[in-house]
Design a protein around this ligand. Structure first.
Ligand code: SF4
Length: 331
């Protein structure tokens, strides 16, 4: 077991047990036990985070890798990963804590030294090291460094209320368009509705939003679920929310064949048909599926090659041809 644990945020006592309200599992945890995620533990009547202050990897990469396509396009970010997952998916849940000790101040010093202006919490679910993310985002804000998250969206409204004012952008990742059966069967998540609540909350707290949807042939390519998701984004967020379509990378839970490019193109075209202005495809695709076009005059504004920016033609956040304002966050 990790020999250093930080007192967790967002919990209360219920008799001899503890209720955690960081994520939508809302675990009730008996003394000596951990929540579903295995990284939050009831230790003698207090909730402790086992993942606090352990950084598995830091890597400098372009912000497009997140993916964030409309937030400081072409900028570099320091990507940080820690421990823990609440969904039984990707690397799964584990109580094995890895990584090197680091404080939020250490991370901010590192980005300042490298003259990077963005910290990207990605790789595992950043909610699982919420206390560290929260403190890091607060310190970073003091230095005008942006903090962005790649999250599965299972964070509660209390969690977003706490961290929202220090966050600059999120990419909220759906699997199989948020199909409830898929979430129950393969992710061990009760249902996908908390993700929609989280998106509304991020919007309320003015956190810049992009969305990723991973398509899984046969298991997560349901057209009705996809239509519900895209309609919901248009009706509840904004038709200008960048919408990324990803091929599924097989994990321990699910093996699958690659998604044919034609399927992803079909989904991107469908997104456009229901009103989403900026659908993107990741992978081996025709350049038009990774280019940002002016929605008004259809001139290419940001051209990408394999997800990396190769050309930007903008006047601030507007099209230099027709002056149309795009949904972009720039310096
Ligand atoms: S963060 Fe962990 S302990 Fe807390 S509610 Fe979610 S799964 Fe349960």
């Amino acid at each position: 077991m990790n020999n250093y644990m930080e007192e967790a945020l967002l919990w209360s006592r219920e008799g001899k047990k503890i209720r955690c309200f960081l994520c939508a599992y809302n675990c009730l945890i008996a003394e000596g036990e951990s929540g579903v995620c295995k990284v939050r533990v009831n230790e003698k009547g207090s909730l402790k985070s086992k993942s606090y202050g352990k950084v598995i990897g830091t890597k400098i990469n372009n912000i497009e890798k997140m993916p964030l396509y409309h937030f400081f396009p072409g900028a570099q970010a320091l990507f940080i990963k820690s421990n823990g997952n609440n969904f039984d998916w990707d690397e799964g849940r584990t109580d094995k804590i890895k990584g090197d000790p680091a404080t939020p101040e250490d991370v901010v010093k590192m980005v300042n030294k490298k003259k990077i202006r963005i910290i990207a919490l990605s790789g595992n679910e950043p909610t699982m090291f919420f206390e560290f993310a929260y403190k890091l985002a607060r310190v970073a804000k003091r230095y005008n460094i942006k903090t962005v998250l790649s999250t599965n969206g299972y964070i509660t409204s209390e969690g977003i209320k706490k961290i929202g004012k220090y966050l600059d952008a999120v990419n909220v990742k759906f699997v199989g368009s948020g199909d409830n059966e898929l979430y129950k069967k393969y992710l061990d998540a009760p249902d996908s509705s908390p993700i929609f609540h989280a998106l509304k909350n991020f919007k309320k707290h003015r956190v810049f939003i992009e969305i990723t949807n991973t398509i899984i042939p046969h298991y997560g390519d349901n057209e009705d679920a996809y239509r519900r998701l895209t309609d919901w984004v248009v009706n509840n967020l904004d038709s200008s929310v960048p919408f990324h379509l990803m091929d599924f990378k097989p994990n321990d839970k699910l093996r699958s064949v690659p998604v044919p490019a034609k399927t992803l193109e079909h989904f991107a075209n469908e997104a456009q048909r229901v009103g989403l202005r900026f659908p993107y495809i990741h992978g081996e695709v025709e350049p038009e599926y990774e280019t940002t076009f002016c929605y008004n005059c259809m001139q290419p504004m940001i051209v990408r090659d394999h997800g990396l920016v190769s050309k930007i033609s903008l006047e601030k956040d507007r099209c230099p041809g027709c002056g149309f304002k795009l949904n972009l966050v720039l310096e």
